[in-house]
Design a protein around this ligand. Structure first.
Ligand code: GRF
Length: 219
């Protein structure tokens, strides 16, 4: 591939392990892209230090400095757009984004959610899956639309729920899969194999994907 690398802006709120996995994959040439900015709504997000140590611009746009979601989203949008990203990657970003942020980025904004969507949008996904007696949990990478955790799936991975699993046990095993599927999703996006069609959803090599996207299997 000889075209220029895709520019990735990654939004975080905390630890940033998914961001770090993407950074590794970019650095190793596995993803034909580069992280050009990491933006957090929280100044104490540990992932900011990871970005800084890697020499990546790491910024804070603190949601508490704004009167409402709309003003925060406008400021965040401005900061992110300064880096001219091809894709905006939500990686543990814990704020709900309004239409003014999401709409102009249709097909360029993706998220990872720690459940097998459409099951368990929102918070506490692992405990909810355990409480429901589900046999499996997992994670899904999806395009972001105005519907919370509701956009078309790109890829998902399943993780068995084991007897006696606590939410933390399950979260640990799901997180290991998150790192794999987020890397794979961003790789496919940057190579142009995955695309978004507002009417049809997520496409892989021109074919419409099922609502939950590709099924990840280790190779
Ligand atoms: C991940 O489980 C992600 O799916 C969820 O928040 C967590 C973020 O982890 N939305 P990290 O900051 O990437 O380590």
């Amino acid at each position: 591939m000889h075209d220029t690398k895709k520019r990735l802006a990654v939004l975080i709120s905390g630890r940033g392990s998914n961001m770090a996995a993407l950074l590794d994959a970019c650095r190793q040439g596995h993803i034909h892209g580069e992280i050009v900015a990491v933006v957090s709504n929280k100044a104490d997000a540990a992932g900011l230090d990871v970005a800084r140590e890697a020499g990546i611009p790491a910024l804070v746009v603190d949601h508490r400095s704004f009167a409402n979601r709309e003003e925060f989203d406008a400021a965040l949008f401005n900061e992110v757009m300064k880096f001219a990203p091809d894709f905006v990657v939500l990686a543990g970003f814990m704020r709900i984004l309004t239409a003014a942020f999401v709409r102009p980025l249709a097909g360029k904004l993706i998220n990872i959610h720690p459940s097998l969507l459409p099951k368990y949008p929102g918070l506490d996904t692992h405990q909810r899956a355990i409480d429901a007696g589900d046999a499996e949990a997992g994670a899904t990478v999806h395009f972001v639309t105005e519907q919370l955790d509701g956009g078309p799936g790109i890829i998902h991975a399943k993780v068995p729920i084991l007897a006696g699993d606590s939410a933390d046990d399950l979260a640990r095993r799901v997180l290991a899969q998150e790192h794999r599927i987020y890397t794979e999703a961003v790789r496919l996006l940057c190579s142009g194999q995955i695309a978004y069609d507002a009417a049809r959803g997520a496409l892989c090599d021109g074919e419409v994907l099922p609502p939950s996207g590709l099924t990840y299997s280790e190779r």
